[in-house]
Design a protein around this ligand. Structure first.
Ligand code: SR1
Ligand code: MG
Length: 397
């Protein structure tokens, strides 16, 4: 095994991952190391290596040359490992407390060696187990404002922004989003996973011309609007948290796109967890929806007013116009994401875990109807509080 530029790619296993860690001098001794493959996402391998004497650990994430959940019949670029490690390092410039430290990367091997986050839990899993993570939306709102504003034209100036956008030309991963988030959930595609009790609703959605038109506009905006360097897949499975700490991982879908996409994904997945939650802690999840937007808006405004290269930045109404347009995108993309989690390929685990059929179907159809409203009526939303009100109405209906 080698991590020199001439190395030939090979997928790691628990033994070779340890050998690699030793070779990279991550640990002082080669003895007492243990390794577990812990990846539970759709695409990659993730190895957690720990040293028994000290309890120290690291993560080695490796891209496979295909989609893990499908197999070798669906090849996928190894380039995504570079996207991920470079994005992590750029986001660390703007919001270091909210991203893991990258210790080492190797393009040939398609690996990123990073900080061990095993003291934290994936938020999607924690939400399903009843956690609320009181600081989550404050941290994510800060992370979003700092990374998205920091990589925008307004902060960088057009030349530097264009230069950075070239580095994050990420066509294969963008195509996955274009297909699996925007196109397939709105058509009768074979990749969709619609449970039998929802077939009628799905047919209704697929023939809803207003929905198709607005869904198409959101997709085109996603493909052409290079506003900032996005995480690109900021669902709650891409966030580790505890009651005190939050870390955003997995930016392999990073590219220059519309700011509202990242915010919308966080909101959509939090709303889905809130719908799945039946006890009185649901309110605390709904608070994350309003709070993430309000924190984002406050910090974005402050950054706009203190560090802006745009000649017209101080023109009255320009910032308000930007914020309203980001909110409209946020609502629309929250709708696209919720729709795909109900009728598309990749579902929300906490909703799928509900055993009571009637309850699960009620939640899914509320989510799909809410998603339709977000997509079609996104320009009517003036505040994040209205998003929460819409959920409460959809859940009662
Ligand atoms: C076929 S891959 C489907 C999803 O997995 C990734 O985590 C992204 O969310 C992608 O849309
Ligand atoms: Mg991922």
């Amino acid at each position: 095994m080698s991590t020199s530029p001439k190395a030939t790619y090979e997928p790691l296993n628990e033994q070779t991952a340890i050998q690699l860690a030793v070779k990279l001098n991550v640990f002082e001794a080669a003895t007492g190391l243990s390794c577990r493959e812990i990846g539970d996402g759709n695409l990659n391998l993730v190895f957690h290596i720990t040293e028994s004497a000290t309890g120290r650990g690291i993560i080695i994430k490796q891209a496979l040359p295909y989609v893990r959940v499908i197999g070798e019949s669906w090849p996928l670029t190894l380039e995504r490992a570079r996207m991920e490690s470079e994005a992590l390092q750029i986001f660390a410039r703007y919001a270091p407390q909210y991203v893991p430290v990258v210790h080492h990367t190797d393009e040939q091997y398609a690996i990123t060696v990073m900080e061990d986050l095993s003291r934290l839990k994936i938020v999607r899993t924690g939400f399903a187990e009843g956690e609320v993570y009181p600081l989550l939306s404050t941290h994510i709102g800060e992370y979003l404002a700092r990374t998205l504003y920091g990589t925008s034209d307004f902060a960088l100036g057009a030349d530097a922004r264009r230069e950075l956008a070239l580095q994050f030309h990420n066509p294969e991963l963008c195509k996955i989003t274009e297909n699996f988030v925007f196109t397939y959930p709105l058509i009768d595609d074979e990749s969709n996973a619609v449970e039998p009790g929802l077939t009628e609703l799905a047919q209704e959605l697929w023939s809803d011309q207003k929905l198709l038109l607005e869904g198409a506009k959101l997709k085109q905006h996603f493909m052409t609007s290079a506003e900032a360097l996005l995480h690109g897949d900021l669902h709650t499975g891409s966030i580790f948290a505890s009651d005190e700490e939050t870390k955003v991982i997995d930016p392999e879908f990073a590219f220059y796109g519309p700011i509202g996409y990242d915010i919308g994904l966080f909101i959509a997945n939090t709303l889905l967890s809130a719908l799945a939650r039946q006890d009185d802690t649901r309110e605390q999840l709904l608070h994350h929806v309003t709070n993430v937007w309000n924190v984002f808006q406050t910090r974005y405004t402050e950054l706009w007013q203190t560090d802006n290269q745009e000649h017209f930045a101080a023109v009255p109404g320009y910032l308000d116009y930007q914020l309203q347009h980001i909110l409209e995108d946020t609502v629309g993309y929250a709708g696209s994401e919720m729709m795909r989690r109900v009728v598309g390929l990749a579902h929300a685990k906490d909703i799928e875990a509900i055993q009571d059929d009637a309850k699960r179907l009620h939640i899914k159809s509320s989510a799909a109807r809410l998603a339709r409203d977000f997509i079609v009526n996104r320009s009517r939303y003036q505040s994040a509080e209205q998003i929460v009100q819409a959920l409460q109405q959809a859940d009662q209906g």
